[in-house]
Write a protein that binds this ligand. Structure first.
Ligand SMILES: *[C@@H]1O[C@H](CO)[C@@H](O)[C@H](O)[C@H]1NC(C)=O
Length: 433
């Protein structure tokens, strides 16, 4: 029941085809016994299709982008794990893959390669797209999406306005303001010249990729519009290829569940700080999590905590307010149904409370870091602060108050040494750090 895909491939620049063949040939040559030219060609051919399909390049322009493909082809993004496997490709059931990235083949830094959604989910949504065109036997995903009313509206649009994203499932777009959408267009890194709030410099292809990305998972867009370099607790967006994106990363928060108490206190303290900055910041955006799990957070080598997976992060514009979809069910189309059933009712902007993310973190993550780690009177205080801040029946001010009490308890439990390079050596001279 694989949807048949055709014309997307033609959208690839010819040079890539050669590069892909070349890379595939490289990855084959080491593991293949000597073979006749014809069988080598068929081997390369098979492997080439697999690689292209693996990255999802055959699904462009219903993909995230192509900005980082070259680095894949030049093997400036590599993973020891892949090279060890016989096919030279990672298993396709994972959502993310650790890898190393280099700009000069000398210095390598750890990155993570993410799928927007699972391969299984991709297959379901591709099938839904074909089914929506009711000619499922020969379906070009791109052609079907292009014909939609929504995309035709996108083609006419100079500016990305709330009506163009209404009905999309991503929490980033549930309460869209014009200010937020202008920011998306201005900072969208997959087009050549970012910087304008008008989409004049967007090709049709660019528009389809942006719309597809927003519809499937807005994680890469969040990384682009709220960059870590400007102080947001997010990893650096390095680029996309097909249905994968690459961002800086190192370790998962779960790996620290057994960390020494001072390190656990440091991470819990940072986590509360991150939530605070998401509630109140200079730009007057209120960020919240729709759900929480430990895999959403990571820790850089310098000890700095960041949001590893922003797919469940919603944004409410406190300055401009939002133009919410008027009625549930309105404005829904195939783009609304790529990752969830179209039947799913999305909560309204008004239903998001200030305490929401705190309650989730205090229930699900902080206990794993903080329970049973400290001597008696301190631990008792921590436990009761945790209980109060994780209690969703309490009003906002009580939950917020418990969180700031918890922060006060944790502050002196953190130590100052080189494991915490993100605040060391400053912490030696200034207890603010
Ligand atoms: C990244 O490079 C380091 C140092 O060379 C190596 O130890 C590590 O295994 C590499 N990681 C991956 C995922 O390839």
């Amino acid at each position: 029941m694989e949807p048949q895909l055709g014309p997307e491939a033609a959208a690839l620049r010819p040079g890539w085809l050669a590069l892909l063949l070349w890379v595939s040939a490289l990855s084959c040559s080491s593991s293949l016994p000597a073979s006749s030219p014809s069988s080598l060609v068929s081997q390369v051919r098979t492997s080439y299709n697999f690689g292209r399909t693996f990255l999802g390049l055959d699904k462009c322009n219903a993909c995230i982008g192509t900005s980082i493909c070259k680095k894949f082809f030049k093997e400036e993004i590599r993973s020891d794990n892949w090279l060890a496997s016989h096919l030279g490709l990672p298993p396709d059931f994972l959502l993310s893959y650790p890898a190393n990235y280099s700009d000069d083949s000398k210095i390598w830094r750890p990155v993570e390669i993410f799928r927007l959604v699972s391969k299984y989910q991709n297959e379901i949504s591709d099938r839904r797209i074909c089914a929506s065109a009711s000619a499922p036997k020969t379906c070009s995903i791109e052609r079907v999406l292009r014909k939609t009313e929504r995309f035709q509206k996108w083609l006419q649009a100079k500016r990305l306005t709330p009506d163009l994203v209404q009905g999309l499932a991503s929490p980033l777009l549930r309460c869209p303001s014009q200010r937020l959408l202008d920011r998306v267009v201005r900072r969208y890194a997959e087009v050549a010249d970012a910087g304008s709030i008008f989409m004049d410099h967007f090709t049709d292809r660019d528009k389809l990729r942006l719309l597809y990305t927003l519809a499937v998972n807005s994680h890469p867009i969040l990384l682009q519009i709220f960059p870590g370099a400007e102080g947001w607790p997010l990893p650096k967006y390095l680029g996309s290829c097909g249905r994968f994106l690459v961002s800086t990363s190192t370790r998962l928060l779960q790996e620290f569940y057994g960390a020494p108490p001072d390190q656990a206190a440091d991470l819990a303290y940072q986590l509360l700080g991150v939530l605070e900055s998401l509630r109140s910041n200079d730009l007057n955006y209120f960020f919240y999590f729709t759900h929480i799990d430990a895999g959403m957070f990571g820790v850089f080598n310098n000890g700095h905590l960041f949001i590893r997976d922003a797919s469940a992060v919603g944004v409410i514009d406190k300055q401009e307010g939002s133009q919410e979809a008027t009625r549930a069910g309105e404005n829904k189309d195939i783009f609304s149904c790529l990752v969830s059933s179209c039947q799913v009712q999305l909560p309204s902007c008004e239903s998001v409370s200030e305490k929401q993310s705190l309650v989730l973190v205090c229930q699900k993550l902080l206990p794993r870091l903080l329970q049973g780690r400290f001597p008696s009177p301190v631990q008792d205080d921590i436990d009761s602060a945790l209980a109060q801040c994780g209690d969703s029946t309490r009003p906002d001010p009580e939950v917020l108050g418990a969180a700031s009490w918890l922060k006060d308890i944790l502050r002196p439990l953190r130590t100052c040494d080189s494991r915490f390079a993100y605040r060391y050596p400053d912490c030696k001279y200034n207890d603010k750090f």
